[in-house]
Design a protein around this ligand. Structure first.
Ligand SMILES: [Zn+2]
Length: 326
């Protein structure tokens, strides 16, 4: 009888699980860490171009039934507004308790000064590709925890604690357990965000104690790389990569022949060894440039699940650093 009763309880708890719909895989991964008991649906896959998506009817049904909708925002998901218009779910519309914009409180890069789309600018609110900087991920976790706390206030303390634990885990992955144990992850993150970490560690003789992604990415400082789309601003800012050019002439527009010639010149002049192409873009032109110059084409994940290695957010950041440092 007890097992029958527990089975009923289990069914009841499943039936009442909070339904979270996230637009992007990295948000789904973090939502799962903040609200492990919720049922989570992710609309795009890591192998999809996040700018463009036509959700299937099955996914649309999830949006209609969602208690919480989590999006990146900043005009990344150009399809999200229309999706919310047709979902018929007033609880999750922007401004409602069930709506979360994960990029609130993040420092935005590349905010355009002139708002015409003449330059092919996809992103008038600034660069939205925030998740390539691991230090932005805890901010998204905090925003999701705040959203969960609005719709499920009885468990608010749990969501806040989970977001805090995620921040600690990111800090440890970023700076290594040794230095985090010695100085505290939050202080290290603040120093890194104000671009004062290297200087600070050098002045205290602590550089050798730096571990984690910061150590793994140290060889990227000043390293010349050609990227496909302008989706790397936050990674570049965090790891100090030197951007030599973009395969796309203008964001969202395929390269012209003249631009390809220009890239060939840039690769040679800057001794570029790596051309990045995110796994959902056509690698034809990067491969051609690689063949003509000897530069290596690194096919990288655009998000969690974008390559077989990028199994979760931590493995995703690992996979990027591996691809760019090898
Ligand atoms: Zn973009």
């Amino acid at each position: 009888m007890i097992s029958f009763f527990s089975a009923l309880l289990l069914l009841a708890s499943q039936a009442s699980a909070t339904e979270i719909v996230c637009t992007l895989p990295w948000l789904g991964d973090i939502a799962h860490r903040v609200a492990p008991d919720a049922h989570i649906t992710t609309l795009s896959r890591g192998t999809d171009d996040p700018h463009f998506l036509s959700p299937t009817p099955a996914l649309m049904a999830r949006v209609s039934a969602a208690d919480l909708y989590v999006e990146n925002g900043l005009n990344l998901e150009l399809w999200s507004e229309r999706l919310l218009d047709s979902a018929g779910n007033p609880k999750i519309r922007p401004g409602q308790p069930g709506y979360v914009k994960a990029t609130v409180n993040m420092v935005r890069l590349e905010i355009p000064t002139d708002l015409t789309r003449a330059k092919g600018d996809l992103h008038p609110e600034g660069n939205p590709h925030v998740w390539t900087d691991p230090l932005n991920a805890p901010v998204a976790a905090d925003n999701i925890a705040a959203g969960m706390s609005r719709i499920d206030p009885a468990n608010a303390a749990k969501y806040t604690a989970n977001a805090k634990a995620f921040r600690a885990k990111i800090n440890e992955a970023m700076f290594g357990a040794d230095l985090v144990g010695f100085m505290g992850g939050d202080l290290l993150a603040r120093l890194a965000q104000s671009n004062k970490l290297d200087e600070f560690l050098a002045s205290k003789g602590l550089t050798a104690r730096l571990g984690g992604w910061a150590k793994k990415g140290a060889s990227l400082k000043g390293k010349p790389i050609i990227f496909y789309h302008q989706s790397w601003a936050y990674f570049i800012n965090r790891f100090g990569v030197k951007v030599v050019g973009f395969v796309e002439d203008r964001p969202g527009i395929p390269p012209t022949a003249a631009h390809r010639d220009e890239l060939l010149g840039l690769i040679k002049a800057n001794n570029v060894k790596v051309i990045e192409v995110t796994s959902f873009y056509d690698p034809k032109i990067p491969n051609l440039l690689g063949q003509q110059t000897g530069a290596k084409v690194a096919v990288v994940a655009g998000d969690v699940g974008g390559t077989p290695q990028a199994t979760d957010y931590f493995a995703y950041i690992d996979s990027l650093l591996t691809a760019f440092t090898q």
